[in-house]
Design a protein around this ligand. Structure first.
Ligand code: SAH
Ligand code: SF4
Ligand code: F3S
Length: 448
């Protein structure tokens, strides 16, 4: 009999990648993937602790899973990811029915850990951070049926220590993955039908640092871009301090690298940036953006911003709003500051009242919504290449995909054309309507 496993993923793309690795390791040990927690013999929550809200989600989901565990029956329950690493004792205290708590570095041992769960009475813990370079990177070869797009880890951990951020504590020191392994993984995924790859790291610009003989990140991009059969290449995330002209020049020179750049700014005030330990000023950031727009004007720029960092005054916040006007991001992710125990900012008073954080967040988002909408206007009546990822959320008879600049497009087939299976195909789409956060158009020509 097969055991069935269900993985629920929270947080960033690193966790999505890790979840795919967990499924791969468990499938190799004889498990099958389940469609829901109710159908599973093992439920894994792959958690995120970047903000308080993300962390609380785990406890509410555990509360719900408890109902499945009545009378000693029900699935085994495991907690993985960043909260597991950081809060193992609290998890077991709040949810004593949890069977296993494990950190990202324990993924290769998952089958052995499950054996210990099955043979012992107590919950099993595997949350340590091993020494740098001790755990090899696993190779991901698993693709879901008809998967179009995949993540590929190029490094783990982070050495930046932005003062608000928990990631360096829960993910450990930065380690780059050998470039040969990255290239082999990309080639393998492409061989299994994947057309788009996103390279992952918390700060990809420091790729290769401290690893003799390895290329730097722009050179790695050159090599991945040349993998035969790959159609689209993306990467996240870049830290502005380490963002070099050589990196930005790749947007002009590489054919598959898509015109989308995520460059988190975090704040517009130099005083706040300094307290965040970001090591650049607003002027430094603008200089990089100017260079990018000069050499690669079609690149869509997105960013992350935090409001209500300790000591953020109205004047500081006005600098953030000013950056929206000066940079004109095409899209933006924005967050209220959330103190994380153990970080340096947690020692500063969290002195911006909740209602002020909320007001600033709303003001920021309202203005960015207008700017994002203006950016989308540029697509009207243009024909753009879309990689089809699935069906539209609103209308199951329509397809959904993304432009190279990462904008969602819902598309109809031209009237009278026979229904074609477009999943995983590259199609040219003529944009006819602009919505708030997406585009709508009609396919022209034939899919590739
Ligand atoms: N390594 C990436 C981002 C990791 S976390 C980078 O450097 O860009 C993703 C985003 O969450 C961050 O860019 C930041 O905007 C936000 N974030 C991180 N810690 C936070 C905190 N304590 N409170 C609010 N937002 C936070
Ligand atoms: Fe966190 Fe900064 Fe590292 Fe990004 S670069 S993961 S924000 S410490
Ligand atoms: Fe969250 Fe961990 Fe990613 S804290 S954002 S899942 S690295």
């Amino acid at each position: 009999v097969y055991r069935r496993v269900y993985v629920r993923t929270y947080g960033c793309q690193m966790n999505e990648y890790d979840s795919a690795l967990m499924l791969q390791v468990l499938e190799e040990a004889g498990y099958l993937a389940a469609e829901s927690a109710e159908e599973a013999d093992l439920v894994i929550l792959n958690t995120c602790s970047v903000r308080q809200k993300a962390e609380e989600k785990v406890y509410s989901d555990l509360g719900r899973l408890k109902a499945l565990k009545r009378n000693g029956a029900g699935p085994r329950i495991a907690v993985a990811g960043c909260v597991a690493r950081h809060r193992a004792e609290q998890i077991l205290a709040a949810a004593p029915f949890v069977d296993l708590v494990f950190g990202p570095d324990a993924i290769p041992n998952l089958p052995q850990l499950m054996e210990r769960v099955e043979t012992g009475a107590d919950p099993v813990l595997a949350t340590g951070i091993p020494d740098r370079d001790q755990t090899p990177f696993l190779a991901l070869s698993r693709v879901a049926p008809r998967q179009v797009s995949a993540f590929v880890t190029v490094m783990r951990g982070c050495d930046r220590f932005c003062t608000y951020c928990i990631v360096p504590y829960v993910r450990g020191r930065e380690v780059s993955r050998p470039s040969d392994a990255v290239l082999a993984e990309v080639a393998g995924l492409v061989g299994r039908g994947v057309r788009e790859v996103t390279l992952l790291g918390q700060n990809v610009n420091s790729y290769g640092r401290g690893h003799a003989g390895e290329p730097d990140f722009p050179t790695l991009l050159d090599r991945v871009d040349a993998v035969p059969g790959l159609d689209r290449l993306r990467f996240v995330t870049s830290h502005p301090h380490d963002c070099t002209p050589a990196l930005m020049e790749r947007f002009a020179s590489l054919e598959r690298l898509c015109e989308y750049f995520h460059l988190p700014l975090q704040a517009g005030s130099d005083a706040v940036l300094a307290r965040m330990n970001r090591r650049y000023t607003a002027a430094d950031y603008l200089e990089k953006v100017d260079y990018l727009r000069r050499i690669a004007p079609r690149v869509h720029l997105s960013s992350d911003l935090i409001v209500g960092f300790p000591g953020e005054t109205e004047e500081d916040f006005a600098r953030t709003m000013e950056m929206l006007e000066r940079v004109r991001f095409d899209s933006l992710f924005s967050f209220k500051y959330s103190p994380r125990e153990g970080t340096r900012a947690a020692d500063l008073p969290d002195d911006v009242p909740e209602e002020v954080k909320l007001r600033r967040l709303h003001e920021l988002q309202a203005r960015q919504d207008e700017l994002s909408f203006q950016s989308l206007q540029g697509f009207q009546d243009r024909t753009v290449e879309v990689l089809v990822e699935g069906t539209s959320k609103r209308d199951q008879h329509e397809w959904m995909g993304r432009t190279r600049s990462n904008v969602v497009v819902n598309l109809a087939e031209p009237q009278g054309s026979p229904a074609v299976d477009l999943l995983g195909r590259l199609v040219d789409v003529r944009i006819e309507r602009i919505h708030r956060h997406s585009l709508h158009g009609v396919m022209v020509g034939s899919p590739r």
